[in-house]
Design a protein around this ligand. Structure first.
Ligand SMILES: Cc1ncc(COP(=O)(O)O)c(C=O)c1O
Length: 405
């Protein structure tokens, strides 16, 4: 994996950068930049409209990206809707599913959701008048910060219509017990929505094997560009759902008083899409496939173990996440005793170590685990053991400045 760093310009030797904020936005390899640049240089036309060569080429590249993304997650292309990101995908679903819910229903989430997979469901619940339930986490012992399956079994009963959960937590790094949650949800006929914003870059996800109804993610967490994301939906669901926004390119027929909708993903993609970003996302998934999940997972495991050794051996650092490497991705939130998270992040930046500090768009989760603000170091395929050592050195400097002994 060492060679991979050369493909990321942001990591060139001159920057001396240790980038540990991939959970916010991952760096972008040259091959993705080239794919987007080629679009603007050679065929910067709109898609699905023109009968001239440039537009035909743009359409082929755009639809080619849909095929690549579909293959990447084990879907068929007509189950892949391009969005602007995870947030938009979940909002679309929460609006579109409103017609299927009544005040007798229940929506189940976990305690660790990002605001993007919380607030849209809160809005839906308050509009419909239905209940929201939260699957607890285990907060003590060996299994600390993993999903409490006892709580999941209690939450998911016959009243539940939607179970929406992150496949991996962006704060704790916790990997959800996907198959178990799916099993519970399917047993009561609930619709499952997986927020794969984090998991998508850390583990292979096959929607057919998982048997989820919907899965959403963003391009920019996956070494792709910002401004693009994916909403996967089982074909029968996408056919049934009504669109939530309207305009050009999504209709079959239109009169002055009414319209009918196009078949397939087009129904959910009104207006001009982020064409270059979609093409960039197509290049990003091909890039990951070419690196291979076997190497990515082996690298991830190595970084998890190394980071846990380095951070875990420091009595002034409290790592907030599962201890077993099989229960987590390489996203480490932690507190340094006696130093505010923002001070830690600022001192890290002095030695070009980029970490994130704050509530990470998970204010209820932080309250739940008794924290106000935490530092997060999140890794990608380019993260090296040296990066973790540089982080440790920066943390030692922070402790020196704050006289933490
Ligand atoms: C788990 C999770 N869900 C949703 C989001 C929102 O993603 P975006 O801002 O790309 O829409 C994030 C972003 O950090 C995330 O980590």
């Amino acid at each position: 994996m060492k060679d991979i760093r050369t493909q990321f310009t942001a990591l060139s030797d001159t920057t001396n950068l240790v980038y540990l904020d991939s959970a916010a936005t991952a760096l972008v390899p040259e091959i993705v930049l080239d794919a987007m640049s080629l679009y603007y240089k050679k065929y910067p036309a709109n898609v699905h409209r023109g009968l001239y060569d440039m537009s035909i080429e743009a359409t082929q590249q755009y639809e080619g990206a849909r095929k690549s993304v579909a293959q990447f997650i084990g879907a068929s292309p007509d189950e892949v809707v391009f969005t602007s990101g995870t947030t938009q995908g979940i909002n679309m679903l929460a609006v579109a599913l409103k017609k299927q819910l009544t005040s007798d229903d229940v929506i189940v989430l976990t305690r660790y959701e990002h605001h993007a997979n919380l607030i849209p469901w809160q809005q839906l619940a308050s509009e419909v008048g239905c209940e929201l339930r939260f699957i607890d986490l285990i907060l003590t012992g060996d299994e600390k910060y993993t999903v409490d399956m006892e709580s999941a079994r209690t939450c998911i009963d016959a009243q539940v219509k939607v179970v929406a959960y992150s496949a991996a937590s962006h704060v704790l790094g916790t990997i959800a017990p996907i198959q178990e949650i799916q099993h519970l949800a399917k047993a009561v006929g609930a619709i499952t929505v997986i927020d794969a914003a984090q998991a998508i870059a850390h583990m292979p996800l096959n929607v057919k094997e998982i048997d989820c109804d919907f899965l959403v993610f963003s391009g920019h967490k996956l070494y792709g560009p910002t401004g693009v994301g994916v909403l996967y939906g089982k074909k029968e669901h996408l056919e049934k759902l009504a669109p939530v926004s309207f305009g050009g390119g999504m209709v079959e027929t239109v009169s002055y008083t009414s319209a009918t909708w196009a078949k397939g993903p087009a129904k959910f993609e009104p207006g001009t899409p982020s064409i270059a970003a979609v093409i960039g996302l197509g290049a990003a998934v091909k890039f990951i496939t070419s690196v291979g999940w076997k190497s990515i997972c082996a690298h991830e495991k190595d970084i998890i173990q190394y980071a846990q050794d380095v951070l875990g051996n420091d009595t002034h650092i409290e790592v907030l996440g599962p201890t077993h490497d099989t229960d987590r991705i390489a996203v480490f939130s932690f507190c340094v005793s006696g130093i505010h998270a923002h001070d830690v992040a600022e001192i890290c930046n002095r030695s070009h170590v980029a970490v994130r500090a704050g509530h990470h768009c998970a204010i209820p989760l932080l309250k739940y685990i008794g924290k106000e603000s935490v530092v997060r170091a999140s890794c990608g395929i380019y993260t090296s053991r040296e990066d973790i050592e540089r982080l440790a050195t920066a943390l030692t400097e922070a402790k020196r400045i704050f006289s933490v002994t």
